[in-house]
Design a protein around this ligand. Structure first.
Ligand code: C5P
Length: 226
């Protein structure tokens, strides 16, 4: 699409959705397909970046030219992202991270027994990886990008979330059972901490990815890194 404007840059992208196990056969999960994160990885490779893709439960084939790490849970994703971010010019959190995980893991399959009440699942908070990476900025000039799927008041909630998470760019889109998840297309607004708002019309996930990279490369400091 564009020139190799990401050459010499290391970008770390998370994709997919975490799964939080209840027992050896069950988990709490979400509908994220990972396709937007993979589109970001493919387009970043095409624009010359060194790409570390950290994927959770997508089942998608590795994009050519990217280093791929596989994780399952939010805690594993956090560990992989924090480690990779130490050396990253850009971190993009496209993964759908479970906000909560079951507080207990049953080492054997949970059974139903006649006459017994249904089990109660209690949850604990997962770490907010995006907020942590944005607060840390392990490399000077590092650019941190988040995604926010909202079902209503998309822009109002998005602006608030951008501030709360402390990231540079937040890609907000409207989701529902029939929208975005698993699809090849997306429609979004990219909100920037400096107030710029870039609408991206309905189209291929690659087009949204390229808009994100345009906005990222326009924000690089002249001599940050390699
Ligand atoms: O708060 P919410 O889940 O809507 O925020 C979405 C953004 O935050 C995404 O970029 C997602 O990858 C990131 N996130 C995270 N850690 C969490 C929850 C969300 O990094 N525990």
């Amino acid at each position: 699409v564009t020139g190799p404007d990401l050459a010499g840059r290391h970008v770390v992208i998370s994709a997919g959705g975490t799964r939080e196990p209840l027992d050896p056969v069950r988990f709490l999960g979400n509908r994220s397909s990972g396709k937007q994160g993979y589109a970001l990885a493919r387009t970043a490779v095409a624009r010359g970046a060194r790409v570390t893709l950290i994927e959770a439960n997508t089942g998608l084939p590795d994009p050519a030219g990217a280093d791929v790490l596989r994780v399952g849970t939010a805690v594993q994703l956090r560990e992989a992202v924090i480690e990779a971010a130490a050396d990253a010019d850009v971190v993009v959190m496209a993964a759908a991270v479970a906000d909560f995980r079951p507080s207990d893991y049953a080492p054997g399959k949970i059974k139903k027994k006649d006459g017994q009440d249904a089990p109660v699942v209690s949850l604990v908070r997962n770490p907010d990886i995006l907020a942590e990476v944005a607060a840390e900025r392990s490399r000077p000039g590092q650019i941190v990008v988040g995604f926010a799927a909202e079902t209503d008041d998309v822009l109002v909630n998005g602006r608030e979330k951008l501030r709360r998470k402390g990231c540079d760019l937040l890609v907000v889109n409207e989701v529902g059972e029939r929208k975005t998840f698993g699809s090849e297309e997306n429609e979004a607004v990219v909100l920037a901490a400096d107030g710029q708002e870039t609408p991206v019309p309905y189209g291929p996930k690659e087009a949204l990815a390229d808009t994100v990279w345009d906005l990222v490369s326009g924000r690089f400091q002249p001599n940050s890194s390699s």
